[in-house]
Design a protein around this ligand. Structure first.
Ligand code: 2M8
Length: 436
């Protein structure tokens, strides 16, 4: 076995909690939605049954409404936004026997389920997909019913945590003036140190590599407002100014919708026609988020329809959707390859280096992450950019091979950043290695 495989397998084993895997034992001691999906995609190469369990275990947290929460919580872990913070029981739709968060995360799950099934023996794959399909369908239904109030096909997010790229510039710009009284009082009373003590991440990782206290508190405030609405998305969307039609989320959803259609076909089920119509709407609606002037896709404020013109890697994810024209794809690939934007020595930066928001070592504001690289690689393959895809695949593997399974890396010099032994880095490195 080569060294990288050995290293990656060891990380996944150490972070395994039986039926699910924690992203990082110290920083993230619960089950996260898109983390588990990426983890399953890698685990399928080692143990496809365990990978299927990783996906199945996510659904212990599914709400009656169909919502899949972004965190399924374990008791007493010390993570600052735990069960007491979320209080999921305020919603009658929340599961009774397990505490969860009240928001979702990028819908990678149908993609992961399809990929895991490909590695199971056919009879087992059939049983696995049959059993998981109604739950996946309920989740996609929820996204369209509760998060697309205008029936336009673009999913509305109510918190930056939902997009997965937590402190990404367009979201930080959206909440720049959000200043509820409790946060200003908190700052006036110099309580920063109190919150810093509650945070585990900044104890293990230098604070300048993480989301700032103030940004995290603002996201906590958005979560609190949603909780006050008993996690009723329609209520929150109609009352909160901080709602975003997120380009990354909708691009991933398109890819996931296609996986769901193939899963349905595999087990001879029919997706309800009104839902499959909504799928096609999302594909068409991506075009609304294209900006001709800068030749890039952006997220948009749901209420004002103002485009959030802070470029990020999410604007490249329409490649992953496979739903844009070849002409648009060509333009994105040019931007991706441009040395002044995304074409760094250790690609792909989450924010282009030319942007005034680029920060080399800060979390989702610049560093290269293996999950976004994985989506870019598949996006390039969708459009036949084989060499470019192979190049990013190779560079991602080198990053992990040389530096370890860190959470993220400097896009300028490859320096490992964030948590070490991070699960999705290990899992997706395995997948990138095994699927060449
Ligand atoms: C980060 O997000 C959590 C909140 O969900 C946090 O900062 O505490 C993000 O990187 C997110 O994308 C990821 O799923 C999560 C766990 O790895 O950590």
């Amino acid at each position: 076995m080569d060294k990288l495989t050995q290293k990656a397998e060891a990380v996944l084993k150490a972070n395994d909690r039986g039926s699910y895997t924690v992203p990082s034992p110290k920083l993230y001691p619960h089950q996260w939605l898109w983390d588990s999906c990426f983890i399953a995609i890698g685990l399928r190469h080692i143990d496809p049954r365990r990978a299927a369990t990783e996906i199945e275990s996510l659904f212990r947290g599914q709400w009656q409404s169909g919502m899949l929460p972004h965190i399924t919580l374990r008791e007493d872990s010390g993570y600052w936004a735990g069960a007491g913070f979320w209080q999921s029981s305020v919603s009658p739709a929340a599961p009774k026997d397990v505490a969860t968060s009240g928001i979702t995360q990028p819908p990678v799950v149908a993609i992961a389920a399809e990929k895991v099934a490909q590695k199971l023996p056919e009879a087992e794959a059939h049983v696995f997909l049959k059993q998981i399909y109604p739950k996946l369908l309920a989740y996609h239904n929820w996204l369209y019913r509760d998060r697309d109030p205008d029936n336009r096909g673009l999913i509305v997010l109510v918190n930056a945590w939902e997009c997965g790229f937590d402190n990404t510039p367009p979201w930080m710009h959206t909440i720049r003036f959000l200043s509820p009284l409790w946060i200003s009082t908190f700052i006036k009373m110099r309580l920063n140190g109190v919150f810093t003590k509650r945070r585990r991440d900044t104890k293990t990782v230098p604070a300048e590599q993480r989301i700032s206290n103030i940004e995290a508190l603002k996201l906590a405030h958005l979560a609190y407002m949603h909780r006050k609405n008993d996690y009723d998305s329609r209520k929150t969307i109609s009352t909160s100014r901080y709602c975003v039609e997120d380009i990354g989320f909708s691009s991933i959803l398109i890819a996931a919708n296609k996986s769901l259609l193939r899963i349905a076909n595999h087990i001879s089920e029919d997706i309800p026609s009104d839902l499959s119509y909504r799928f096609t709407q999302t594909e068409k609606a991506l075009e609304e988020l294209w900006d001709e002037e800068t030749q890039m896709y952006y997220s948009r404020n749901f209420h004002t329809k103002r485009v959030l013109k802070q470029p990020t890697i999410s604007g490249l994810l329409p490649l992953f959707s496979g739903a844009i024209s070849k002409e648009r794809a060509d333009k994105l690939v040019r931007t991706l390859s441009d040395a002044r934007q995304f074409g760094t020595d250790f690609p792909v930066p989450t924010v282009p280096t030319s942007s005034r928001y680029f920060k080399e070592i800060c979390y989702w504001q610049g560093p290269s992450w293996i999950n976004s690289n994985w989506m870019v690689v598949h996006g390039l393959e969708n459009y036949g950019y084989k060499e470019k895809a192979a190049d990013i695949r190779q560079k991602s593997l080198e990053l992990v091979g040389k530096n370890g399974c860190n959470e993220y890396f400097s896009a300028l010099n490859g320096k490992p950043l964030g948590a070490s032994n991070f699960s999705w880095t290990a899992a997706l490195a395995l997948d990138l290695l095994k699927t060449t």
